[in-house]
Write a protein that binds this ligand. Sequence first.
Ligand code: A2P
Length: 314
Amino acid sequence: MSIADKRYKLNTGAEIPALGLGTWKSSPEEVQDAVYHAIKVGYRHIDTAFAYQNEEDVGKGIRKAIDEGLVKREDLFVTTKLWATYAERVEENLELSLKALGLDYVDLYLVHWPIYMNPNGNHPLFPTLPDGTRDLIRTHNHVNTWKAMEKLPATGKVKAIGVSNYSVRYLEQLLAEATIVPAVNQIENHPALPQQDIVDFCNARGIVITAYSPLGSTGSPLLTADPVVQIAKKRGVSPATVLLSWHLARNSVVLAKSVNPDRITANRNLVELDADDLALIKQYSDDLTAKKQLQRYVDPPFNVDFGFFDKTYK
Ligand code: A2P
C-alpha cells in the first residue's frame, strides 16, 4: 500500500484518508477536471466549502467519476464547511451545499471559522463595511453554532462534524459545553506555522488535525527553504513532497491543493520522513519562532481587520 493511501480513524469510528484534494481558490472552471483527475489517480478525499463558491463543479467532478465507475460514493470522503454568514442557520447552509454538490450527505461538515458574519451583509460571503473592516457580529457565541451542528449527524446528511480555524481558546470554550467532540480541526499548517499548541491539544483529545495550505500558499518561502530542499535532494523527491509528507509524519491529514493534473498526480508521491528529517524541519520552525517570524502566507488581506478571529492565531 502506498503511504498516500494512509487513513486515520475519526472519533465517529469512520476513516478519513490522510491525503485530500484541496480546492480553496480552485475556480469553478478548473475544479471539475481537477476533482475528476484526482479521483482517477487515487485520491479518495475531496475538501471544499460553501465559501469557495465551487461546490457545484466539485460535485460535477465527483459525479463524473462515479458515473464512469471509477469509484462508488461510499469510497469517497467529501468535506464541506458552514460559512460564517450562516452561523445561526446551520441546516439551511448545509442544504445549500448538498444541493450544489449534488450529494445526499457529506462525510464531514466543518464550522469554517469560529465567527459570525452579518447574514445581510453587502456581500454574501465576505461582508465588509464601508471602512473596509469585516462585518462581524460580535455578540454571537460560537458555541451556539456548535449546538446546531450537533443535531446534524442524526439527520443522516452528515457523517461527522468538526471545526476549522479553531485555536485552543475556542476549542476549550466549545468542549466545555459540547455533547459531541469535533472529529476534526482543519487549520493552516506548515513548518512556518506549525501551530504546535493546537496540534498537541487536538491529538490529546482524539481530534484529527487537517492541514490546509501545506506549501504555505502564495508568497511562501517554504518550497525553497534550506532544510526542505536538503531533505528533498537526499530522498530524490520534490520539496512539495517533503512538505506534504511532513503532515503524515505528525499523524495529520494533509490537503494538497492543485488544479494542475501533473501536480495533482505528483502530490500523491508521499514519503515517510525519518527522525533526522523531522529534526531538521523542527529546527527551521524553532528558528522562525525565536525570530518571531512564524507567519501566515495565505492571502494576507484576508486577515486585515479580522480582529475577532485574528485572536485564533497568536
Ligand atoms: P496549482 O493549483 O496551479 O498546482 P497551498 O496548498 O500551500 O495553499 O499551495 C497551493 C498552491 O501551490 C497552488 O497555487 C498550487 O498551484 C501550488 N502547487 C500545488 N502542488 C504543487 C507542487 N507539487 N509544487 C509546486 N506548487 C504546487
